[in-house]
Design a protein around this ligand. Structure first.
Ligand code: FES
Ligand SMILES: [Fe+2]
Length: 428
């Protein structure tokens, strides 16, 4: 199988001018850095909160807990069909407006208006306050002044983004930049069968992103997940030399394809042969009837395996050559924990065989993800010992190096604009 090209300078890390010195992981173990990241990153960047298919009709809504920014957001399709977002807080006495049995759990549904559970204030889907219980007993209350607090919200290719800044520094499209927007035209809208996992992870959010931005740990960490000979074809298949692209705060890693159906019996599990599916997805590709957009498969690998777009700060779109895709979200909950969400999207199954192939891909993904997450908790605890403070990264860890650099840049930029704060977030 052909090797993917190296950049002219001989290493990706030097090509992208990232330096080759060992790196510190203080940014993943410091409560002070985490507090700064909340302000500098999560309250200023565009954050993906879901897909348009989650809001199929007028009145469809879902809530998104954004713990790191200390808020919860309602995303709704209003009576005009517009997608809007609001802070999930009642203007009367601050109750969370939309929730079900447990106030901290996310929820979704369809409604005509939002009604507060506390004293029954009601809001239209466009956020306007339309009813106040015993309104005549209030003092000069002007309902027009008490609508829901809006959150900036925009759509790109059916992905719904919010921005918690008062005024975002950039439009969503400018923020995504040419490398990500070169995916426009990919048939995301055909892949509406959705499988969703969520789980708390006892590690900083950036550590889990790192685990999915290099692939050479796979034959080691996931060795027991696979038949005995699996690591041999993995090394020959291009994992040892993927293709990387970095633009602004965003990154792509791309690999050549493994064709599990061409592997020997001892290189795949019997269940994979029976279901014609596995970690790499269903072996049989659906017809899409559209050209692939120019931003996909940037190295023009043939066969092409996947492109993983790491969209700053915490969102990944991973598109497989086999015509399906994954998204990952990493929502920080503390300096040493986050909520991981993995979602698989397929063209809806038309046969029982296709349905089983999707399920096999979904459970295989979950098994691998659990192994990665488990290791991260082990990493977090020992990083926190601070016995070792500098770590060497090799060239295939170029995107890990870039992620931590971008986090530092956003925090430094924020601190520079905040006189009186040093870069530990301490007032001076
Ligand atoms: S807090 Fe919502 S109606 Fe009183
Ligand atoms: Fe992994």
């Amino acid at each position: 199988m052909s090797r993917l090209p190296k950049p002219p300078e001989g290493s990706w890390t030097q090509h992208y001018g990232l330096g080759t010195a060992p790196v510190s992981y203080e940014d993943s173990i410091s409560p002070e850095f985490h507090a700064l990241e909340a302000e500098a990153v999560f309250k200023r960047a565009w954050l993906n909160v879901g897909r348009i298919e989650q809001l199929p009709r007028k009145g469809s809504y879902f809530t998104k807990e954004i713990t790191v920014a200390n808020t919860s957001v309602i995303v709704v399709r209003d009576q005009q069909g517009e997608i809007r977002a609001f802070h999930n807080v009642c203007r009367h006495r601050g109750n969370k407006l939309v929730w079900n049995d447990f106030p901290r759990d996310e929820t979704s549904g369809v409604c005509r208006q939002f009604v507060c559970k506390y004293h029954g204030w009601r809001y239209d889907l466009d956020g306007a306050l339309n009813f106040v219980q015993q309104e005549e007993e209030f003092f000069d209350l002007d309902k027009a002044q008490f609508g829901l607090v809006p959150v900036h919200c925009d759509l790109w290719e059916g992905f719904i983004f919010v921005n918690l800044a008062k005024e975002p520094a950039q439009s969503l499209k400018a923020f995504l930049g040419p490398m990500v927007t070169a995916l426009e035209g990919y048939p995301f809208d055909q892949m509406t069968e959705r499988w969703f996992y969520r789980g708390p992870v006892g590690a900083n959010w950036k550590l889990y992103m790192d685990a999915f931005q290099e692939f050479y740990h796979a034959p080691v960490l996931h060795a027991r997940q696979s038949p005995p000979d699996w690591s041999v074809p993995a090394q020959n298949a291009g994992f040892e030399a993927p293709y990387y692209k970095i633009e602004g705060p965003h990154r792509v890693v791309s690999t050549a394809g493994i064709r599990p159906w061409e592997l020997g019996e001892n290189q795949r599990k019997p269940m994979e042969a029976v279901t014609r599916s596995g970690l790499f997805g269903p072996w049989d590709k659906p017809e899409l009837g559209v050209e692939m957009p120019p931003g996909l498969n940037p190295s023009r690998a043939n066969p092409w395996g996947l492109d993983s777009f790491q969209i700053w700060p915490n969102f990944v779109i991973l598109i497989w050559g086999q015509h399906w895709y994954l998204t990952y979200h990493y929502w920080p909950t503390a300096y040493n924990s986050h909520m991981f969400e993995g979602t698989l999207y397929f063209v809806p199954a038309k046969t029982a065989r296709e349905r089983i192939a999707h399920e096999m891909a979904a459970v295989s993904f979950k098994e691998f993800g659990l192994q990665d997450a488990n290791t991260l908790e082990a990493t977090q605890t020992m990083l926190e010992s601070r016995v070792v403070t500098e770590f060497p990264l090799m060239d295939q860890e170029v995107l890990c190096r870039h992620l931590h650099k971008v986090a530092a840049e956003w925090v430094n930029d924020y601190v520079a604009g905040q006189p009186g704060l040093n870069n530990e977030g301490v007032r001076v």
